[in-house]
Structures are given as structure tokens and as C-alpha cells.
Write a protein that binds this ligand. Structure first.
Ligand SMILES: [Zn+2]
Length: 169
């Protein structure tokens, strides 16, 4: 076990990780030297990935040149097991794009079908895979992540994918 229990893949516990950093910056140019000078605007996006199973690592962020743990997330994802929920979420039609993007990256979501109710509401039937330490935590995570009225029809614990590392805690 290394110095940081969180510095590993949440699925297979491999420590073989890499970070993809995308940097976009606007800098002034020093008129004397031609060098890049003060920052006008900059944007950095980083995704940590496991080289063993190729999954993104949403419990890890990259800041100031090093990978850091996401505090409210890593314990659940490293110590937890996968859970699969079957559920429906009722959302405003305008909100449907919120289930993608960086915040949704920790969930494997499969939309089975959706139907429109009245004109402005959509009922989405989903299969969601998430990581949690127990059923209460799994329910909490689903409720927090849902952007609309949530109904959980089933929630079952799965077995963890085979570990890449030999040490288990
Ligand atoms: Zn992995």
C-alpha cells in the first residue's frame, strides 16, 4: 500500500494511471523578448485515466502539477463496491443535458427509454452503475445526483471487478 490509499483506480485498484491535461491560455507577449508574459485568460481541464482498465477516475483531480483526491468521493469509490440501480427520473425537458459532462462521469448510465409527459416533462428510465459502501450510501448518491424526481425500482450490489493489485484492504 502506497502513501495515499486513494491514488489508484477505483475499479481495478491499479496504480498505473495517467493524466490527460488540456490547456488553453491567452498570454500577452513581451515586446522586448517576444516571450510569453502575463496571463490574460486560461483554462485547464484534466482527466485521470487508468491504463489497466481505461476508465476515467472521477475521484481524482489534477491541480498544481499533482493528482489529488476529491474529498467527498474517494472513500466511497475506493472502499465501496459497484451497485446497479434501476430507476426513473422525472425532469423538465430543458434539463436533459445535465446528465452528461464532468459531474456525471462517475456514473455508468444506460438510458433504457424515456417518455414525454404533458409538454415539458420527461420521464427517463435508467440503469445506473455507481460505487458505494452500503445500500444507504448508494441511495444517497443517487438522490443527490438526480436532477429531478427520482424513483428507485431496484438496487443491487455487484461484485467488484478483479483487482489489478494484490494488496486488498
Ligand atoms: Zn482500472
Amino acid at each position: 500500500m502506497g502513501a495515499h490509499p486513494w491514488l489508484r483506480c477505483y475499479r481495478c485498484w491499479s496504480q498505473d494511471l495517467e493524466v490527460q491535461v488540456h490547456y488553453e491560455g491567452i498570454h500577452r507577449i513581451d515586446p522586448q523578448t517576444g516571450e510569453r508574459a502575463e496571463v490574460v485568460d486560461e483554462l485547464q481541464e484534466a482527466v485521470v485515466q487508468c491504463l489497466e482498465c481505461m476508465h476515467d477516475q472521477p475521484h481524482l483531480t489534477f491541480a498544481n502539477g499533482r493528482v489529488e483526491a476529491v474529498e467527498d468521493r474517494w472513500e466511497r469509490m475506493i472502499a465501496g463496491t459497484p451497485w446497479v440501480a434501476s430507476c426513473t427520473v422525472t425532469v423538465d425537458a430543458d434539463d436533459v443535458e445535465t446528465c452528461s459532462g464532468p459531474e456525471a462521469r462517475e456514473f455508468f448510465t444506460h438510458v433504457r427509454f424515456h417518455k414525454h409527459e404533458e409538454s415539458s416533462r420527461i420521464v427517463v428510465h435508467l440503469l445506473v452503475e455507481l460505487y458505494a459502501r452500503n445500500i444507504e450510501e448508494a441511495t444517497e448518491v443517487l438522490e443527490e445526483a438526480a436532477r429531478g424526481h427520482l424513483t428507485i425500482t431496484s438496487l443491487a450490489e455487484e461484485s467488484r471487478p478483479p483487482a489489478a493489485a494484490e494488496d486488498r484492504h
